[in-house]
Design a protein around this ligand. Structure first.
Ligand code: ADP
Length: 174
């Protein structure tokens, strides 16, 4: 298979949102194979651990022979090389994404001249949607059903219910 037909879509996916799903769906229209690569990054403290994030991505995307869900540690560029891919797919929302994405894309290209980062512009309904906004709203009991797929809605409800239970226990103990 032509190497340029394989793209890797990396991210934290903490958790996957409808904005991510939109990029995945559109990416599949362009590339023959798409690898969604969930970063297992020790420096960040995610709400969902790596197994939970992977499972939520898997449940959301369903099964598609052209789509793979995987995880990686360390440098993205090393993972890209291991997978023999040359394209990094990223999404761009507002202008605020640009500077960060530009820096990362330049760095990755510097590290490996064979690797190109391609960007898809967000679809308008998801232009202001991010995993952090979803977590913020859900943590205060807000409804996030129009932002995330059903498995994530359920997982967020459980996660924050468990958290408020443990807070209640703290209060009882005091
Ligand atoms: P990271 O920690 O690598 O930024 P994210 O999971 O936040 O991981 O995002 C992964 C990629 O998906 C990034 O390129 C980000 O810009 C893109 N993305 C996130 N939300 C949206 C959205 N609503 N529309 C389009 N792209 C998005």
């Amino acid at each position: 298979m032509n190497q340029h037909r394989i793209a890797v879509y990396p991210g934290s996916f903490d958790p996957i949102t409808l904005g991510h799903l939109d990029i995945i769906t559109r990416g599949l229209e362009i590339f023959e194979r798409l690898i969604v690569a969930v970063a297992n990054n020790d420096e960040k403290t995610p709400l969902f651990n790596i197994d939970e994030r992977l499972e939520l991505v898997r449940q959301t995307v369903g099964s598609n022979p052209r789509l793979e869900v995987d995880t990686f540690n360390g440098l993205l560029i090393d993972y890209i090389r291991r997978r023999k891919a040359h394209i990094i797919l990223r999404g761009l929302r507002a202008v605020t994404d640009f500077e960060y994405e530009y820096q990362i894309a330049q760095t990755n290209h510097q590290l490996d001249k064979n690797t190109e980062t391609l960007f898809l512009m967000t679809s308008l309904p998801y232009a202001f949607l991010s995993s952090s906004v979803v977590k913020e709203v859900a943590s205060h009991g807000g409804n996030v059903d129009s932002f995330v797929p059903p498995p994530v809605q359920e997982a967020l409800r459980k996660k924050f219910a468990a958290r408020s239970d443990s807070r209640d226990n703290d209060i009882v103990r005091i």
